[in-house]
Design a protein around this ligand. Structure first.
Ligand SMILES: [Zn+2]
Length: 278
């Protein structure tokens, strides 16, 4: 994919991109904008129904892109023009995010209703349990049910955000629920927003090394057979984990009276389902 004339174009058939013009937009962005991407779910029943609605003048709503469950992309508004996706919103002191941001809608039913025989969308379609994510919203406490996003959608969003960042001065990726927390729940907890931010704004893996090297004083390696790791620089304080075996790599963050505050550097693969994003 690439951007040409503020429109997404697919190269070598890597993605399907089509264009359906929406009248629901206003003039061009000011200089040095857009600098933010806002992620949404449509809460609609299908990609085509959402595209029909967002191109209907009565909707008074649009987005720059809508992404279907198979990763197919429909662009409604060129990226240099303001689309109407954010509504009343505020982020870091700036109001009305339509003036600053690109809006990406994902075809997804959003919050589901639990009935005796399973989970249903607000338009009455039953969603298979394998496609249901149970989690509280970050702006609420109660656990709710949400339709899962497809891997193809998540992959398409990430690729698009990377391309947008090359073309525009993008420094923020937020959810509609970040910029209008009282009104909106999209994209909600089923969408891996923090992952997307990390992968697009910070860059994969490399960044974490940068972060670690900024903070640490030096690196070390455990030379004892087993080394206790404690909660404070005191031989009587509690242990924070099993003793570290010989050869464990450490990043030294602080030194105090013969003690080192360290971070343990481990690298390996863990099952994603047991890791909670923070
Ligand atoms: Zn939204």
């Amino acid at each position: 994919m690439e951007i040409s004339n503020h429109k997404l174009k697919c190269k070598n058939g890597d993605f399907s991109v089509s264009y359906e013009e929406s009248p629901n937009c206003s003039g061009p962005f000011a200089n040095e904008l857009p600098d933010t991407i806002v992620i949404h779910y449509t809460a609609g029943s299908s990609l085509s129904s959402s595209v029909n609605w967002l191109t209907n003048p009565q909707a008074k709503a649009s987005a720059h892109l809508v992404i279907g469950k198979s990763g197919e992309i429909v662009q409604l508004v060129p990226f240099n023009i303001k689309a109407w996706h954010a509504g009343r919103s505020i982020w870091k002191g700036r109001q009305g995010l339509n003036h600053f941001s690109i809006g990406i809608e994902l075809d997804n039913a959003g919050m589901l209703e639990k009935r005796a025989d399973g989970f249903y969308t607000c338009f009455g379609k039953r969603i298979d349990n394998s496609q249901v994510v149970l989690a509280p919203h970050k702006n609420g406490r109660e656990e709710k049910a949400w339709e899962a996003f497809t891997e193809k959608q998540i992959d398409a969003v990430e690729k698009i955000c990377l391309i947008l960042k090359e073309e525009y001065p993008i420094t923020e990726i937020v959810g509609h629920d970040d910029i209008a927390p009282k009104r909106k729940t999209d994209p909600g907890p089923a969408f891996p927003l923090q992952n997307l931010r990390n992968n697009v704004l910070i860059g994969r893996a490399d960044n974490h090394e940068d972060e670690a090297s900024e903070q640490r004083l030096s690196a070390g390696i455990v030379s004892a057979d087993y080394l206790n790791i404690r909660s404070s620089p005191d031989g009587n304080s509690s242990l924070v984990s099993e003793p570290l075996p010989k050869g464990t790599k450490l990043a030294v963050i602080e030194e105090k009276a013969g003690w080192l505050r360290v971070k343990v550097i481990l690298e390996g693969w863990v099952s994603k389902k047991w890791v909670k994003e923070i």
